[in-house]
Write a protein of this length. Structure first.
Length: 90
């Protein structure tokens, strides 16, 4: 089990990016959360098994049809949180 903090930049707000992320996470059994940030980007805290996490990150690089992802950065966390599911934070 691994956990990443993932930051996505580009045209990712107002294009259903958070809902897209939540749906892909639930499809893959990923737990954590997604939220918009004040600088116009999106942040994800995601936890799951490595193969599913890599597939999830591949989906994040593409995003929903109206999104334009310019950059993704991920940081592997040393401590795992105890997430019950995947949610959208407001």
């Amino acid at each position: 089990m691994v956990q990443y903090e993932i930051k996505i930049s580009g045209h990712v707000q107002g294009v259903w990016y958070r809902k897209f992320t939540e749906e892909r996470a639930k499809d893959l059994g990923i737990k954590g959360w997604v939220k918009n940030t004040f600088d116009g980007n999106v942040m994800v805290m995601a936890q799951g098994h490595e193969p599913e996490m890599e597939t999830f990150i591949d989906f994040l690089r593409i995003g929903p049809p109206l999104a334009r992802v310019n950059k993704i950065s991920k940081v592997k966390m040393n401590t795992l949180n105890d997430f019950d599911n995947f949610t959208i934070k407001y």
